[in-house]
Design a protein around this ligand. Structure first.
Ligand SMILES: *Cc1c(COP(=O)(O)O)cnc(C)c1O
Length: 402
């Protein structure tokens, strides 16, 4: 098998990129093409393209039953789903949220005029630290938005206790966590509501899409109305709504993806185990693990680089890998609190986020999914090992750049 043996062959030095085609984090998985095309024909024959069509209804019913909740409301994307859930829950004032998340989690609050109050994470899980949450609660706090980062559940019981004690709403951004479980129960059934993303880059996609899941009948009723302009009847509008509807084409993709869900997870799991084997004995590299009896979707291969040990920093390693067409990503860099518009609003808040600030400099995601083979992974890990064993020579540019 082809490998990199010498640092002079690296694309960052004199060589050609090792991979002809770019390898991405989150290249779309595709379900059964034939079934998808058949559904497309149905959609055209029916001339029912959106507005709660039959495929959307089927998709919602299948997901609600899979997740084990009473209500699943499918939407055009998770960002709108978050905004509508936030509004349906009546959040206002301040809401506690991690900074270590995709920017949409914070935007969905700020977009409603709510102040996101950034909370630090537990560095061992990358999820909200319950101890830090309590310190941020003020009379203006109305809720907590937890994010199941990398699909690994938050400390759900601790968060629920805090929410109960202080009369706060608890919403989960479960964009990473579809098909995962916590204490034997599927993610989607916790807190007041949870929100999934089915964006093309997520392992289970509907092109663009998202959903709110909840067991709360009244909340579900309101969210359903809000995602359809607030229409309660032909000429009756009950709420200030917006347009968050999922199209039939997206639902058709979702149904076709759903039929292949086990296969996608198996491939992700196989890739994860292979990365784990290949990187097991590499000093200074820690692979975020998915273990124990719970269900995971294994869609993110996340490593932490301990520069003290590797003697080469994360940014230089990303640069070297990208030159080889391994499009590793610095998720989530630099953290929401360091991005505009939040940075100038809360210039001091980094002081309270030491674990987040440390992690965003160490973390990277590597390519996986059905477009990445075991041979690809062996080669990627081979490049990483070659780089680390020649770190002193290769790190030089990073130092001179600084
Ligand atoms: C992808 C993602 C979102 C946004 O999802 P869209 O469907 O693209 O709007 C929100 N939160 C997190 C944590 C995500 O990863």
């Amino acid at each position: 098998m082809r490998t990199r043996n010498n640092i002079r062959e690296l694309a960052i030095m004199t060589g050609e990129p090792f991979f002809k085609e770019k390898l991405y984090v989150g290249r779309p998985n595709i379900g059964d093409r034939k079934r998808f095309m058949e559904r497309m024909e149905d959609i055209l024959d029916r001339r029912w393209f959106t507005n709660n069509g039959p495929y959307v209804q089927e998709f919602e019913a299948k997901l609600a039953s899979f997740v084990g909740v009473k209500h699943c409301i499918a939407m055009c994307n998770a960002t709108i789903a978050l905004e509508i859930a936030v509004r349906g829950l009546g959040l206002a004032g301040e809401v506690i949220v991690p900074s270590f998340t995709f920017i949409a989690t914070a935007h969905s609050l700020q977009w409603q005029g709510i102040t996101p109050v950034f909370c630090d994470i537990d560095p061992s899980t990358h999820n909200l630290d319950p101890v830090q949450i309590e310190k941020l609660i003020t009379p203006k706090t109305t809720g907590i938005v937890g994010v199941h980062v990398w699909g690994r559940p938050c400390e759900i019981e601790a968060l629920s206790r805090i929410a109960d004690r202080h009369g706060l709403k608890l919403l989960f951004d479960a964009a990473h966590a579809f098909a995962g479980s916590h204490q034997g129960k599927m993610i989607g059934g916790f807190g007041d509501a949870e929100v999934f993303s089915f964006h093309a880059t997520k392992f289970f996609n509907t092109f663009e899409g998202g959903a709110v899941t909840t067991d709360n009948d009244e909340l579900a009723r309101q969210i359903r109305l809000m995602k359809n302009f607030g229409f309660a009847g032909y000429d009756q509008v009950d709420f200030i709504g917006t347009n968050g509807k999922m199209t039939e084409v997206s639902a058709a993709m979702g149904l076709s993806s759903f039929e292949r869900l086990d296969e996608f997870i198996d491939v992700n799991h196989r890739n994860f185990e292979h990365y784990k084997r290949e990187l097991r004995d590499v000093p200074g590299i820690k692979l975020i693990d998915y273990s124990g009896p719970e269900k995971f979707n294994y869609q993110y291969i996340v490593i932490e680089i301990d520069e003290q040990i590797t003697r080469i920093d994360r940014d230089r390693l990303v640069e070297i890998l990208q030159a080889e067409n391994v499009i590793a990503r610095r998720y989530f860099y630099p953290g929401c609190h360091q991005m505009e518009p939040y940075h100038s609003h809360f210039p001091e808040c980094g002081v309270a986020l030491p674990h987040t600030e440390r992690l965003v400099k160490r973390v990277m995601s590597l390519p996986t999914g059905t477009a990445v083979s075991l041979e690809d992974i062996t080669a990627i890990c081979g490049i990483i090992k070659l780089v680390l064993s020649n770190a002193d020579q290769l790190a030089i540019n990073a130092v001179s750049r600084a």
